[in-house]
Design a binder for this molecule. Structure first.
Ligand SMILES: [Zn+2]
Length: 263
């Protein structure tokens, strides 16, 4: 009899442990979906709110353009109109004493003329934080030619632009966060080159100072056909998966210097 009782106690203990573990599991999920700081030091982004944030188009006369853009993913219109290599006629300034930067950047470019990396990618922040002594005067450019795929604000009020890139058949999205303003004439579906402006550096949203939060991920954000990041929730799950696989955003494609004075 005593043995049976012991077994029951043992079973109860196991059951308790299982309940505790599952409870912890639920808490872990809550951390990802609620109020914990997503950004370290610089920003606070509520993932749940980001995922729920409305993707709003800021320009006029582009109702349904987002849908049209993604319809085009099957292989036509918007994407194929975009030249995916930098125009050869454009002379790009190069940082002095840094020959490496010349060869590195055939497709990918730095997002600003002047920049200093203040935070590198980590598991919780798969992005570069970049400041400039020019502050909000610093113009933000696409890191590669592409198509504007999102113009939206998050729940904290950060002005955000995303650009879709198609590099040799591989789709990438670059995301530019905390802008002080959008560039004039920006609209979802607009083809942009590395020489175009997306907006200006700022500190909108949960941010402690003027800087650019730049994320580059190898998926097509807002594309319903993209299993990895069809929405912002997917985007933030996928960036962690990719980071654990060694992917560090723009730094994966080119050598990003710690500081620069030209693109
Ligand atoms: Zn950041």
């Amino acid at each position: 009899m005593r043995k049976v009782k012991t077994f029951k106690q043992y079973f109860a203990l196991l059951l308790s442990l299982a309940l505790i573990i599952s409870a912890i599991g639920i808490n872990v999920m809550d951390v990802f979906a609620s109020n914990d700081p997503y950004e370290i030091n610089y920003e606070y982004v509520n993932i749940k709110d980001m995922a729920a944030a409305n993707v709003s188009e800021k320009s006029t006369d582009n109702e349904g353009l987002l849908d049209g853009l993604f319809d085009g993913f099957a292989g036509d219109v918007t994407l194929t109109e975009v030249e995916m290599t930098p125009p050869s006629s454009v002379e790009l300034p190069v940082k002095k004493d840094s020959a490496a930067l010349v060869t590195d950047r055939q497709i990918w470019y730095l997002p600003t003329e002047v920049g200093r990396v203040t935070q590198s990618p980590n598991y919780w922040h798969v992005a570069l934080d970049i400041t400039s002594y020019r502050g909000t005067a610093e113009v933000i450019h696409p890191v590669a030619n592409g198509v504007v795929s999102g113009i939206y604000t998050d729940s904290a009020g950060a002005l955000i632009v995303t650009v879709l890139h198609n590099i040799n058949g591989q789709k990438y999205t670059s995301q530019y966060v905390h802008l002080s303003r959008y560039a004039d004439g920006l609209y979802v579906g607009k083809p942009v080159t590395i020489n175009d402006a997306l907006g200006q550096m700022g500190t909108t949203g949960n941010s402690t100072g003027v800087h650019l939060h730049l994320a580059v991920l190898d998926c097509a954000l807002f594309d319903p056909n993209d299993n990895n990041c069809r929405d912002l929730g997917g985007w933030y799950r996928y960036d962690k998966i990719r980071f654990q696989q060694g992917y560090i955003g723009l730094g994966t494609m080119m050598n990003v210097p710690g500081e620069w004075y030209s693109r």
